[in-house]
Design a protein around this ligand. Structure first.
Ligand code: GRF
Length: 204
């Protein structure tokens, strides 16, 4: 399966995905393009280091959001991806975007959804005082951080946690869980029935 990966930040999840693909002949997928809404996204260096083509479209260079998104889609499509993976992509994609890859857009989110959807999941979990948060990998639908859940894993919150420390521990889990979910997608091992995702093999 040909994968497009979208990043806005440091791209450690992209790096974990590239490592997982590299070390596994049976992964069933390859990253054919990395896209970003930021020319300064740290994640782009992982793409360049792996010789993966990079596409950058900044919202501010377009008259409106629809034009920005349509241009991004067109540039991604030049690489013929079968699926799109959001790995710390900080823009919401529209129904028009999703229509290009039905049931083939996946996101990783740093909380146990449906708790703490949105861009400040780690900060909000800490402020709320939860004792457990975690990582969720899910298919993307028209609502933010809402689509069918592929896998989740809990991460305990420590009394002395800062947002950065907690996010780092969540990322350690993501770096394992997220590539495992993408691998299952690539190998055709996921079946979506309504909100439920069935794994054809034992879940990681
Ligand atoms: C991850 O924690 C992801 O869940 C969230 O943004 C973070 C991206 O981290 N959406 P990185 O850019 O992969 O290091």
């Amino acid at each position: 399966m040909r994968l497009a990966v979208l990043v806005s930040g440091s791209g450690t999840n992209l790096a974990a995905l590239l490592r997982a693909i590299d070390g596994d002949g049976g992964f069933g997928g390859e990253v054919v393009v990395v896209g970003s809404d930021r020319s300064d996204a740290g994640g782009l260096r992982h793409a360049r280091a792996a010789d993966v083509p990079v596409v950058v479209e900044e919202l501010g260079d377009h008259p409106d959001r629809a034009t920005w998104e349509a241009t991004l889609v067109e540039r991604l499509k030049a690489h013929q991806p079968d699926a799109v993976v959001l790995a710390g992509f900080m823009k919401i994609v529209s129904a028009d975007f999703l229509a290009h890859w039905p049931h083939r857009v996946v996101n990783t989110h740093p909380s146990l959804l449906p708790a703490f959807a949105g861009a400040h999941a780690v900060e909000e979990a800490l402020a709320y005082g939860v004792k457990v948060t975690g990582s969720t990998v899910h298919f993307v639908d028209e609502q933010v951080d809402h689509g069918p859940i592929i896998a989740q894993e809990a991460v305990p919150v420590h009394p002395e946690d800062t947002e950065d420390a907690l996010h780092e521990r969540i990322k350690e889990v993501e770096h394992r869980l997220f590539p495992a979910c993408i691998r299952a997608l690539c190998r055709g091992e996921l079946e979506v029935v309504g909100r439920r995702v069935h794994w054809a093999v034992p879940r990681p």
